[in-house]
Design a protein around this ligand. Structure first.
Ligand code: NDP
Length: 607
């Protein structure tokens, strides 16, 4: 059998083992013993009186999307806003995810938003979570956002009051806040989910999710102090996704024994981290980050540039595909989707062979090495990059418990069961990820109700619809800060968010300067955008042969709903960034309808 056919057969076999009838519905929401998973263990909750502020802009979510929006509002001279977050501090995902070893796989030079506007010098190409969190805090300080922050405050409902032309924001503090405009940056991976392990809550020892790390129990801290509290303990880590891959090395160093429960191995490519020279950094010219961002996005999506500024695993695979297409066309092949597909498959086979060979080269025990090899195309799951993960399995105190695609079956008071094998544990850590693809309101924690009592969940019951991923008809003055139906650049989420922040702030400033009280996408513009997205079929979804994961609806059916949620600008992220920049600069805001009051219309173009 040819190598390609053998690979495909193996990929299908591994996939078939893992597809389950309950697909995405297998995961459990935190309740009962796990209800506290939604609480904030990092900041004590201080009681306060309910508030009733009326502000020009409410920003929900103090992660990078919300922080960048606050910064851009300040720069536009709009100071009357509130930055609301359930967390006790700013930083979003970097506030919550403080697990040991946490860091970002996307290079700091492009991942950290506003890096050329804020006084941060990244210590290394890839920096740890606490440094990223500090950068978020520095954005808040630089732009005076702390004064405008309403933290430890969970939004519970968002309702449009048509007559008042205001959003009413209810919270778990009993607040009734009102805002003319609302920007929602609630994050794509916000709500923790639990694995489908029978009787999980029977486990008698401590058990927590990685996004609420129990530092009191483990000892140590997020900056790398050793977790002395784990000395003498048997720790079970459930999951081997991007989070678990980062947790394993520090856990391996401190636990008496670490058992890593694996359902599907991640692909672990080289990271090659290195320090950043502060002198070199200081000499980067003004506005350097825009060049870096576009350079990375261009190369990562198959384009051409003179240099590869970032040079990492993300650009590597894309450059391989691109160069193969160029070679094929130079040698006489026609530039067709088939030529591109062949180049993609050849590059992917080569890359995944390298990744599997790397496992053999690092992991000493042949059976463990075999179990750690990923048998799927690289972008079926979130690619991982690490230089200490595989090495950890050579330690005598680390055991890979491979479940051959089946997952952990059940728990009892003393540990976990995989088939007939029982593993005794003192502590269980769940690295089971976050909800994707479930109802929007459930994921962000509140329902949004627009005109005529229509909720966003109802509006999106057959799939997301929007203009640019930001504006939804029937939801005036609402700005969604995300990536779907916009650039949809998955390799650098913050690039999507910082652009969205600039767009939202620009529109709000335009509305205020012209006396418009509402801004809303017209149903026609929304429909035309969706038609445009659907006609191109560009969506970030693993192909149907992929092993299940959140990139492909956990192996379930991929219909219009899933495609809509994962779709992006037809000509790709870089084209979108240029498109949206021109759209903003034109001042026309084509597709939006600005109204001076509930009854007086002025179209965006005629304002
Ligand atoms: P994931 O959803 O990627 O991983 C969850 C893990 O739990 C998977 O390995 C899954 O296995 C496993 N699992 C689920 N159920 C069971 C079960 N019953 N038994 C055993 N294992 C089970 O979550 P992560 O938190 O790892 O990552 C989420 C996302 O967060 C990433 O994809 C990435 O986008 C982001 N992230 C980014 C980082 C960065 O560097 N920028 C770092 C960390 C996370 P299976 O694969 O079979 O489903």
């Amino acid at each position: 059998m040819e190598h390609r056919e053998a690979l495909q057969a193996r990929y299908r076999e591994e996939r078939d083992k893992r597809v389950r009838p309950d697909g995405n519905a297998q995961y459990r929401q935190p309740s009962g013993r796990f209800a506290s998973l939604l609480d904030d263990p990092f900041t004590p909750r201080a009681e306060r009186a309910p508030r009733s502020d009326d502000v020009t802009v409410a920003i929900i979510g103090a992660g990078f999307g919300g922080l960048c929006t606050g910064a851009r509002l300040r720069q536009a001279g709009i100071d009357d806003f509130l930055l609301i977050d359930g967390a006790g501090g700013v930083g979003g995902t970097w506030y919550w995810n403080r697990y040991p070893g946490a860091m970002c796989d996307t290079a700091a030079m492009v991942y950290l938003p506003l890096l050329d506007e804020v006084d941060t010098v990244p210590s290394a190409k890839y920096i740890p979570a606490h440094e990223i969190h500090a950068h978020a805090q520095r954005i808040a300080t630089t732009f005076g956002l702390d004064d405008r922050a309403l933290l430890s405050t969970e939004v519970t409902a968002l309702d449009w009051a048509d007559r008042r032309e205001r959003w009413i924001i209810s919270t778990d503090r009993g607040d009734t806040l009102t805002a003319r405009f609302v920007a929602m940056g609630t994050g794509p991976l916000h709500r923790a989910k639990l694995p489908a392990i029978a009787e999980l809550d029977r486990f008698g020892g401590p058990m927590f999710h990685t996004s609420r790390w129990d530092w009191e129990l483990t000892g140590g801290d997020p900056t790398g102090a050793p977790m002395t509290g784990l000395a003498g303990l048997r720790v079970g880590l459930v999951g081997t996704g991007a989070t678990a891959v980062q947790c394993v090395p520090p856990l391996a160093e401190t636990a008496a024994h670490l058992f890593v429960f694996q359902r599907t191995p991640s692909s672990i490519d080289v990271r090659n981290n290195h320090p950043i020279d502060a002198t070199w950094f200081a000499e980067l010219g003004e506005g350097w980050q825009r060049d870096w961002l576009l350079n990375f996005a261009t190369l990562q999506t198959g384009g051409f540039t003179d240099v590869d500024l970032v040079q990492d695993g993300w650009t590597d695979i894309a450059k391989r595909i691109r160069d193969r297409v160029v070679t094929a066309v130079t040698e006489g092949a026609e530039f067709t989707p088939e030529t591109v597909q062949r180049a993609y498959e050849d590059s992917d086979d080569e890359k995944m062979d390298e990744i599997r060979a790397r496992v053999d080269a690092i992991v000493a025990d042949p059976a463990t090495a075999e179990a750690l090899k990923p048998w799927y195309r690289q972008l079926c799951k979130r690619p991982c990059f690490h230089d200490e993960y595989l090495q950890a399995f050579n330690r005598p105190n680390v055991t890979l418990v491979d479940t051959d695609g089946a997952g952990v079956d059940r728990a009892d008071e003393r540990g976990l069961w995989v088939g007939e094998r029982h593993i005794e544990l003192d502590v269980v850590v769940l690295a089971s990820g976050f909800e994707v693809g479930t109802e929007y309101a459930r994921r962000c924690g509140y329902e949004t109700t627009g005109r005529d009592g229509i909720t966003l969940s109802q509006r999106w019951s057959d799939g997301m619809v929007s203009l640019h991923g930001m504006h939804v008809a029937g939801f005036p003055n609402l700005f969604i800060l995300g990536m779907s139906q916009g650039a949809n650049l998955i390799s650098n989420i913050t690039h999507n968010l910082s652009e969205a922040a600039t767009t939202a702030a620009t529109i709000i400033a335009a509305a205020l300067s012209t006396g418009a009280s509402t801004v809303e996408v017209t149903p026609e513009a929304e429909a035309a955008w969706i038609e445009r997205l659907e006609s191109s079929g560009r969506a970030f979804l693993g192909n149907p042969d992929c092993t299940p994961g959140y990139y492909n609806n956990e192996g379930g059916a991929i219909g219009r709903r899933e495609r809509l949620g994962a779709s992006g600008y037809p000509d790709g992220p870089v084209a979108f960034f240029h498109y949206i920049d021109a759209w903003r600069r034109s001042g026309e805001f084509a597709g939006l309808h600005f109204a001076a009051s509930a009854s007086t219309d002025t179209s965006g173009a005629q304002r």
